[in-house]
Design a protein around this ligand. Structure first.
Ligand SMILES: Cc1cc2nc3c(=O)[nH]c(=O)nc-3n(C[C@H](O)[C@H](O)[C@H](O)COP(=O)(O)OP(=O)(O)OC[C@H]3O[C@@H](n4cnc5c(N)ncnc54)[C@H](O)[C@@H]3O)c2cc1C
Length: 312
């Protein structure tokens, strides 16, 4: 029988929340969601696996996600769940850390596997090793990324309860003064089934159009290695994959001009199928790829695109 009975879940991203609910279902006897949103979001959480939803209120022009922390702290103090899981978004990490500090404990960060006895696994040394850890705190607090539990189908017939709770005002001195829609393309790699990832093998930003064309032909999202986001600034930060970026488990991962350094591979090595194109046959990516093409991407990609277009 599981040592974890009451699992609580919080994420500011709906898709991660759904995945954590489904994962929490496998772990604990009762799943409770701490929700920023309305009744229809609560209904979705129940379909995803929640037994009970605390409706904490909605975001507005002055309330930021992290402003809900005092409400979460109060609920946790009143009910002492065995485990509180936060989605490992920037805000999720921040809130998990603050909650843990408040409770005099620390966070089980970036957990990749939970066991029923309460132990969990996380990657250490940039992904080169796995450490097994267990929290002795009354309430264990963890951050968990997308892809750890995998997407689960919603159960339309699931029943659960919702409860409105009073918003506890924050004493934070940081206030939201303006909210603006993000300019440019956005991506949700955690939920992507197919990804075409680009690396420093591309000589010019313009050339990424080839990868975009391939992605469009196979219904994939674009991802990249860190140097393309941080350094070259060709793609926004949410596009990069790896230990300090997105970690996920897509069905198909096509790596173009990527060497396959461990810090990148820990983000994608759980992919069902990895295809790599690299002109260096000794590139480490080939050790992890299911299919490898040794060749110049500037020759291979146009051929692939041509084949896909002609349907042969
Ligand atoms: C603490 C730390 C954290 C990090 N976190 C991350 C992370 O989260 N994500 C991440 O991605 N990186 C991360 N890195 C960086 C990581 O170590 C690598 O430097 C990075 O992943 C390399 O990116 P790359 O494969 O695009 O470039 P490179 O390593 O330079 O590889 C480029 C590859 O392209 C091939 N190539 C060149 N031209 C062609 C061509 N015409 N056709 C085909 N192939 C070609 C080359 O043979 C080479 O293998 C981190 C590093 C540190 C120290």
């Amino acid at each position: 029988m599981s040592a974890i009975k009451n699992v609580w879940v919080f994420s500011d991203k709906q898709d991660i929340l759904a995945e954590l609910c489904a994962g929490a279902r496998q772990l604990g006897e009762k799943v409770t969601v701490l929700l920023i949103g309305n009744q229809s979001a609560a209904d979705e959480a129940i379909k995803a696996g929640a037994d009970h939803v605390y409706l904490m209120g909605e975001l507005d022009d002055s309330r930021m996600v992290e402003d809900f922390l005092p409400t979460i702290e109060k609920l946790v103090a009143e009910h002492n769940p065995d485990l509180v899981m936060f989605g490992n978004t920037k805000r999720g990490k921040l809130m998990a850390g603050k909650l843990a500090a408040k409770r005099g404990t620390s966070v089980l960060a970036d957990v990749i596997e939970f066991s029923e006895d309460g132990t969990c696994k996380r990657r250490v040394y940039g992904g080169a090793a796995i450490s097994t850890i267990k929290s002795n705190a009354e309430v264990a607090i963890a951050t968990v990324g997308g892809g750890v539990f995998g997407p689960q189908a919603l159960d339309e017939s699931r029943q659960g309860t919702t409860e409105n709770v009073d918003f506890v005002a924050t004493e934070s001195k940081v206030k939201c003064v303006e909210r603006r829609a993000k300019a440019g393309a956005t991506v949700n790699l955690s939920a992507a089934k197919r990804v075409v990832a680009v690396g420093r093998g591309f000589a010019d930003k313009e050339d990424l159009k080839m990868a975009e064309e391939l992605a469009e032909l196979i219904g994939a999202e674009i991802g990249c290695t860190r140097p393309l986001s941080e350094g070259l600034d060709w793609l926004p930060r949410e596009y990069y994959i790896g230990v300090s970026g997105v970690m996920f488990k897509p069905d198909l991962y096509i790596a173009l001009g990527i060497s396959g350094q461990i810090q990148h591979m820990v983000g994608c090595n759980q992919s069902q199928t990895i295809i790599a194109v690299n002109k260096d046959k000794a590139a480490p990516i080939f050790k992890q790829a299911d299919y490898g093409i040794v060749g110049d991407l500037y020759k291979v990609l146009p051929m692939l695109i041509e084949k896909l277009k002609s349907g042969k």
